[in-house]
Design a protein around this ligand. Structure first.
Ligand code: SAH
Ligand code: TMP
Length: 395
């Protein structure tokens, strides 16, 4: 049983709203806040939120994120599909489950739809996946649904991307995985990586949905508790640095050299223990001071500043650094559901990205720094017109 016994408090990012709760002005007074405290569990080398909202508060009929909103990510999931197909599948009839399939972007690449099943509790996005004729259970992942019966003990691959760190109850998660997988079954998932977060000081990876920021050290220990082996790992460039983990039943597969290679790097970099995290804590507070000072200097020099991409990550930066409309006049974004609303907590107006080139600001805070290639190539004219991109992460 993975428990909280050895959780150590690391730091607080202060009062935080729900990261994706973009809202109208008449809902400001009802806005929900919690204290975003983070800690480190010494027993599992696990970086985690110590307090977080209930999953139902975020994953419901109004979840605003669509996988298909980024062309780069569609391509990435096509490659992820090919990776699974080439390395781990022997027949199109082997059963496959995706946890958190969102709008069905990746599940739709698999050839035999009848052997695939997606779990997706955010019903608005689950409906989009269902329209693609995919087999979807519009609920939180669990083995305990009659609709999932034929997948029990008979699933070859369970996969997920950017979902497992959203699931607070790791015990129930692994019990369900155990019930679904057959003897040679594999659980393959990729998540934002602790090593990348520490390296880049991208503390904005921390928000309500990301209950955990995993590492090789933590995943190995967590799954060992349930008789699973971490058999391979593959670093990914997505979401500012992620890690793909491959898990098999204990003793069923050889453990690839990559596991030891990257694990020893974590030990050398001191990211597998609480003391190693104290430096990260210092970096967060100096990044905050620096960002505020730079934005205030731009303002004093008469520059206009806007934001680009109303990401969930921006909620952490804006609220932690207390940046509001005094510094950033608006944020441009592509998501229809966010446009015309205000950012959570700091209430910066969200505008349609199509209006960005009407009158360029002098400085633009790039909140989607992890999508910089896609955005820089789309917005070349901003630089040509003398504009300057800005971020707390090196871009
Ligand atoms: N895999 C996609 C979506 C990531 S967003 C991608 O990388 O683009 C996370 C998704 O996981 C959301 O659609 C959310 O509704 C879903 N989710 C959250 N908790 C879940 C759970 N316990 N079981 C299944 N899906 C979950
Ligand atoms: P996320 O980091 O919380 O997933 O949010 C990504 C946000 O970035 C989403 O609201 C869409 C926005 N976005 C743009 O506005 N333009 C872009 O080119 C890309 C890739 C994302």
């Amino acid at each position: 049983m993975i428990d909280k016994k050895n959780d150590n408090f690391l730091m607080s990012f202060g009062k935080m709203p729900i990261a994706n709760n973009f809202l109208h002005e008449n809902d400001f007074s009802k806005e929900f806040f919690y204290e975003m405290k983070v800690g480190f569990n010494e027993e599992y080398s696990l970086f985690k939120l110590l307090e977080h909202p209930k999953p139902e508060q975020m994953f419901n009929s109004k979840y605003p994120f669509l996988t298909s909103s980024s062309n780069y990510m569609i391509q990435h999931f096509n490659n992820f599909y090919k990776f699974i197909n080439k390395n781990y599948l022997h027949s199109i009839n082997e059963k496959i489950i995706e946890i958190g399939c969102n709008d069905g972007t990746m599940l739709n690449f698999f050839e035999n739809k009848s052997s695939c099943l997606g779990f997706e509790p955010s019903t608005n996005v689950a409906k989009i996946a269902e329209k693609k004729n995919l087999n979807i259970i519009p609920k939180f992942f669990s083995y305990d649904y009659p609709e999932a019966k034929k997948f029990l003990n008979d699933t070859k691959i369970i996969y997920a991307a950017n979902v497992i760190c959203h699931i607070p109850d790791l015990n129930s998660l692994i019990i369900s995985i155990d019930k679904f997988l057959n003897k040679k079954g594999l659980f393959i998932f990729e998540e934002p990586y602790l090593g990348s977060m520490i390296n880049k000081n991208s503390y904005d990876q921390i928000y309500d949905e990301h209950v955990y920021i995993f590492s090789i050290s933590s995943i190995k220990k967590i799954f060992k508790k349930y008789n699973f082996d971490l058999i391979d790992v593959f670093p990914q460039s997505t979401h500012g640095g992620s890690m793909r983990y491959v898990i098999g039943r204990e003793g069923e597969y050889e453990i690839e050299k990559n596991v030891e290679f990257y694990e020893s790097k974590e030990i050398k970099d001191n990211i597998n223990n609480f003391d190693g995290m104290l430096n990260f804590k210092k970096q967060c507070s100096s990044s905050k001071d620096k960002i505020i000072e730079q934005l205030e200097t731009f303002k004093k020099n008469g520059k206009t500043i806007s934001g680009y991409a109303a990401t969930s990550k921006s909620t952490t930066v804006l609220n932690y650094c207390n940046i509001g409309t005094n510094l950033i006049n608006c944020i441009y974004d592509t998501t229809p559901d966010k446009i015309g609303k205000f950012s959570p907590g700091m209430h910066i107006p969200i505008k349609d990205y199509k209006e960005f080139n009407n009158q360029y600001p002098d400085i633009v805070y790039l909140f989607a720094w992890n999508h910089k290639e896609e955005i820089f190539s789309k917005e070349k004219n901003f630089i040509r017109n003398g504009g300057q991109w800005f971020s707390h992460v090196k871009i």
